[in-house]
Unconditional design. Structure first.
Length: 245
């Protein structure tokens, strides 16, 4: 029970509530809860026996409405209330002071809760910010490492392809030399010319191979192709003149 209601004062306050209007027991409980901002909540075991005692004393009476006992102040109860107006006024002041104390405590609790919540939110924001920066740095580092890994992989891939192309080009060059030598030996002059014919064929094969390599590396434009054709025609004519007896 609230300290305000010591020494039979709850009995007096029940008379005051019923003087305002008839009420059933749970209405009385709810009004007391509201009056004390929910901090003081009397149980039915506290209120109903006191209402029954007030009725035994003839201070209140009741009637059943919708299955509930609705208590009403009697003339005798009103007379006692009027005789104790000074005590009731003092009780009202104490209740008001008590409620103000409760309100200050609640306000301070709310203020402290808000302060704590603000601190927690501030700390949470800092933690999130630090975590976000750390995660951003980690993500950026991971991205850079991934780019570096990809570049290294591309370089290794390019080296592997280059080596394959070089190996393939050398193989094709050897194959070309072999085919050229075989073709020259089959289609060349009679065997009476002997070693000189073979060497000449080898010279032509090497010349063609060298020119092919240069063309492959530098590329051939239409203009360069025309000039090469002219140069080859001139070289062929000079070679023919040289080979004539």
């Amino acid at each position: 029970m609230s300290p305000v209601f010591g020494h039979g004062r709850l009995r007096l306050y029940l008379l005051k509530l019923l003087e305002e209007s008839p009420k059933h027991g749970y209405e009385v409980i709810r009004l007391l809860q509201d009056r004390f901002l929910g901090v003081y909540s009397p149980s039915p075991g506290t209120i109903y026996p006191r209402l029954a005692r007030l009725e035994e004393e003839g201070l209140v009476t009741h009637e059943v409405v919708d299955g509930k006992k609705v208590f009403t102040l009697t003339d005798k109860g009103r007379a006692e209330l009027n005789n104790r107006l000074d005590e009731l006024a003092e009780l009202e002041q104490e209740i008001t002071a008590s409620v103000q104390d409760i309100a200050r405590e609640v306000k301070e609790d709310v203020r402290q809760t808000v302060r704590s919540l603000r601190q927690e939110l501030t700390q949470m924001a800092k933690d999130i910010n630090q975590t976000g920066r750390r995660e951003s740095r980690d993500a950026w580092q991971e991205q850079k490492d991934e780019w570096k890994r990809q570049r290294q992989q591309q370089k290794e891939e390019w080296k592997r392809h280059t080596q394959q192309w070089r190996t393939e080009a050398e193989r094709w060059q050897r194959e070309w030399d072999r085919i050229w030598a075989e073709t020259w030996s089959l289609a060349g002059p009679p065997p009476s010319h002997g070693r000189a014919d073979a060497e000449f064929g080898q010279m032509l094969a090497e010349f063609v191979a060298q020119v092919q390599r240069e063309a492959h590396q530098e590329g051939i434009s239409e203009h360069a192709l025309d000039e090469c054709r002219t140069i080859l025609d001139e070289a062929a004519a000079r070679i023919r003149d040289t080979l004539r007896p």
